[in-house]
Design a protein around this ligand. Structure first.
Ligand code: ZN
Ligand code: ZN
Length: 114
């Protein structure tokens, strides 16, 4: 899928409050599996602290909502340097990476921010 198309698709989903559809799409499911495999199913955040934990989620460093064009990119470039855009993480670390998640109960729509 090209970037233009990806961006307009994601924006459309956000307007309809159906961003979850992106996470259920074959594009994302495939990429997620690939990333998990490449990063050996190890939580990259836990690794920073010398812990090995099984990762079951892939986090977007550049949030999908803010950067829809990067939604399917493994890397992004910032000031001429390449960084990982997709990181394998465990649930616990993923929660920490999404502080807005704690408001989930009051605002059910936030669930779609994942
Ligand atoms: Zn972790
Ligand atoms: Zn995330």
């Amino acid at each position: 899928m090209d970037k233009e198309k990806l961006e307009s698709w994601i924006k459309e989903l956000m307007e309809e409050q159906k961003l979850w559809k992106f996470y259920k799409s074959k594009y994302w499911m495939q990429l997620k599996e690939e990333v998990l495999k490449e990063q050996k199913h190890e939580c990259q955040e836990c690794l920073k602290h010398g812990k090995i934990t099984i990762a079951d989620t892939v986090h977007h460093v550049q949030y999908v909502r803010k950067h829809p064009r990067l939604a399917l990119d493994k890397y992004y470039v910032y000031q001429g340097r390449q960084y990982k855009n997709l990181v394998a993480v465990c649930k616990e670390c993923h929660n920490k990476l999404h502080p807005e998640k704690s408001f989930k109960k009051q605002e059910p729509l936030n669930e779609e921010r994942w």
